[in-house]
Ligand binder design. Structure first.
Ligand code: NAD
Ligand code: TYD
Length: 361
């Protein structure tokens, strides 16, 4: 069915992969990408589709109510896929303000404009409208050695990032219950793949390892994340849009739990194999450095993705081995991308954070 989709944060990591998937696979969907282009958003990511007849880019802020209202009216938006967020836990610890503004106030603005346009002004009368709020498994808090997050797990966010995402989930759910806005929520585990900003574990380690810099592992390196290839996440989002029941949440995960140390060792070994050891002849594992732990560091995340498998027939396609190989190949082919996105403010942020944690950058 034809759709006009407002994608927020489409110049970030997951948004870029999502827009590419839609333009390739859904011939009757139009995409309007609203992105403020913060340090994490890069217009170059979508340069090759900039003139695509079914794609429009608008630079702007999701907190700007007039702008968002104008976009709904001008483009007859019937679907929202809301990715825009401040997304990095470490930054939420050093500077939570932007997380509150974008993740909570920005989500509120989008929900409220959608309510006004679709429900009050009647543009949603066809019953086709959908507001998909993209969220994270981090809202559920931290697991011990066993157990999984299901959709009924109690929210227990423990970082400013996860608390801001939990707040936005609550707002989205409230708009469904109170106003009948056709909201869907997805809570996904850690993504990896092309276009991920080099502040997150996998691209950061690849970049440092290629440049012979320390690979900082927080704490004992034993924290566990459940890794999912970004394209699989994007396909799950499409599936929820097309077949999900409004008012429901869907957990999305890879059944692929790994300790951080294991991920970093794997990346070192793949790089040694693909580009050879360090100039000194030492293997890249020799760069691994255990550093001061992240405050409030969640120990383990693991998703029970049975509901989306059972109800919507979605399961991940990519194996971790293949996904990691492809990701490493992408970063090797696109070393200038990594250089270009790390602007002055990024380097300044890392100088400060690394100094605080005694890491040699
Ligand atoms: P990202 O940081 O790579 O990209 C965020 C994008 O949002 C950037 O393009 C940025 O410019 C834009 N943006 C930020 N503030 C904005 C504002 N006020 N107005 C308009 N645009 C703004 O993030 P990501 O990793 O692609 O994550 C996307 C979404 O998925 C987020 O909501 C995140 O919470 C969620 N999520 C991410 C992961 C993950 O592993 N990356 C996992 C689960 C859920
Ligand atoms: P990250 O990619 O920041 O995602 P999140 O905190 O949202 O899960 O971090 C993934 C894991 O890797 C997390 O346990 C923190 C750890 N980590 C390090 O040990 N060193 C690093 O330099 C970074 C960025 C993360």
């Amino acid at each position: 069915m034809a759709k006009t989709v407002l994608v927020t944060g489409g110049c970030g990591f997951i948004g870029t992969n999502f827009i590419r998937l839609i333009l390739e696979s859904r011939q009757d969907w139009r995409v309007v990408n609203l992105d403020r282009l913060t340090y994490a958003g890069n217009l170059e990511n979508l340069k090759d589709v900039a003139d695509h007849p079914r794609y429009r880019f608008i630079r702007g802020d999701i907190c700007d109510r007039d702008l968002v209202t104008g976009l709904f009216a001008d483009h007859r938006i019937d679907t929202v896929v809301h990715f825009a967020a401040e997304s990095h836990v470490d930054r939420s610890i050093t500077g939570p303000d932007e997380f509150i503004r974008t993740n909570i106030s920005g989500t509120f603005t989008l929900l409220d404009v959608a309510r006004q346009q679709w429900l009050e002004n009647g543009a949603g009368a066809s019953g086709q409208c959908r507001f998909l709020h993209v969220s994270t498994d981090e809202v559920y808090g931290s697991l011990g050695d066993s157990g999984y997050f299901s959709e009924s797990t109690r929210y227990d966010p423990r970082s400013p990032y996860s608390a801001s995402k939990a707040s936005s989930d609550h707002l989205a759910r409230a708009y469904f219950h109170t106003y009948g806005l056709p909201v869907l929520i997805t809570n996904c585990s850690n993504n990896y793949g092309p276009y991920q900003f080099p502040e997150k574990l996998i691209p950061l380690v690849l970049n440092n390892a290629l440049n012979g810099r320390e690979l900082p592992l927080y704490g004992d390196g034993g924290n566990v994340r459940d890794w999912l290839y970004v394209r699989d996440h994007c396909e799950a989002v499409v599936r929820v849009l097309e077949r999900g029941r409004v008012g429901e949440s869907y957990n999305i995960g890879g059944h692929n739990e790994k300790k951080n140390l294991a991920i970093v060792e794997l990346l070192c070994d793949i790089l040694d194999r693909k580009v050879g050891p360090l100039p000194s002849g030492r293997p890249r594992r020799s760069l691994i450095t255990f550093v001061k732990d992240r405050p409030g560091h969640d120990r383990r995340y693991a998703i029970d993705a049975a509901k989306i498998a059972r109800e919507l027939g979605w399961t991940p396609k990519m194996t971790f081995g293949q996904g990691l190989e492809q990701t490493v190949d992408w970063y090797l082919r696109n070393r200038d991308w990594t250089e270009s996105v790390m602007d002055g403010s990024y380097r300044e942020y890392y100088r400060k954070m690394y100094a605080d944690r005694n890491i040699k950058g």
